[in-house]
Design a protein around this ligand. Structure first.
Ligand SMILES: [Zn+2]
Length: 297
């Protein structure tokens, strides 16, 4: 069983292409032979890529950002949303991904939240009304601290319902530490029952992950992106990535492609080729762990 726990889809090919082209990946340093997807990232593209990989399900992560958003003046966004005029766009994106999931049972909707555009209470009410499979945050692109009080009722809801929260994790070029592994410790401390999945095994900060994982045994991780950058200047070698997975615990690591940047079939092949993992560990990573987290048969 293969479950892609980290995939993005777009309303149009142009939107997917623009997001791929507009998101330079620098945190791993140089690597000449990164195998990227040729697909644009429409829903049809995603379904084709999943079929090619033999994947039964995928989490479709909706990512809402405000173009040109300033940084919050304090650490957190104010309780009264600074930019409520963007709330309709947030709601529309979340409804779109839920509609897509309703039409395609293999796709699971992960909706987004943003404390700069919606109050904490409205955020929790909005997500509760959607019937989504989980929540996705990209706190660097969103300029949001993961522990922003505007997200606390949402995290409470997700804790109560067992709804996973996937969060981009890695360094940021602004030096604001919006999504570093350390930034999520406060969330793990405050919401010990929250099913929190930190993406990319910490990305360029992968060396910080074993300590975080040991301190917070409830945290999970996905290996998207970083597995496509093994052997890069700053990323782990394939052997170091396998050792990192072992250090965290293979039962806590989920397969993810970060489609449409990479194709799930190619990424799954990279996982199978990691040195030193048992067949059971590979099977858990490729699907078993996500199936359990998402309640899939
Ligand atoms: Zn992603």
């Amino acid at each position: 069983m293969i479950v892609d726990a980290h995939l993005h889809a777009y309303r149009t090919a142009a939107a997917g292409r623009a997001d791929k082209d507009g998101y330079p990946i620098t945190e791993y340093g140089a690597k000449d032979d990164v195998v990227r997807s040729d697909r644009d990232g429409t829903v049809e593209d995603a379904l084709g890529a999943l079929a090619e990989a033999g994947a039964s399900h995928a989490a479709v992560l909706e990512a809402f950002t405000v173009p040109g958003l300033p940084f919050p003046e304090e650490r957190f966004w104010p309780a009264s949303p600074a930019l409520p005029e963007h709330a309709d766009a947030l709601r529309a994106g979340n409804r779109w991904v839920c509609d897509v999931a309703a039409r395609h049972p293999e796709l699971l909707a992960f909706v987004c939240a943003h404390p700069a555009v919606m109050t904490a209470a409205d955020t929790a009410d909005h997500v509760a009304s959607l019937g989504a499979s989980g929540v996705n945050l990209h706190t660097t692109g969103q300029r949001v601290d993961p522990d922003d009080p505007g997200l606390w009722p949402l995290f409470e809801l997700c804790s109560d319902r067992g709804l996973p929260v996937v969060a981009h994790c890695g360094p940021d070029r602004h030096g604001r530490d919006f999504a570093t592994p350390a930034a999520f410790a406060a969330v793990a401390r405050r919401f010990p029952r929250l099913p929190l999945v930190l993406a990319h095994l910490g990305g360029g900060l992968w060396r910080d992950v074993p300590g975080l994982a040991a301190a917070w045994p409830g945290l999970r991780f996905d290996l998207s992106e970083i597995v496509s950058w093994t052997g890069s200047e700053l990323g782990p070698s394939a052997g170091e990535l396998a050792a990192l997975i072992r250090a965290v615990g293979a039962d806590r690591v989920l397969f993810g492609s970060d489609f449409p940047w990479y194709d799930p079939a190619e990424v799954a092949a990279r996982v199978r080729a990691l040195p030193g993992l048992t067949a059971g560990e590979v099977a858990a990573i490729l699907g078993g762990n996500a199936a359990e987290l998402l309640g899939l048969a």
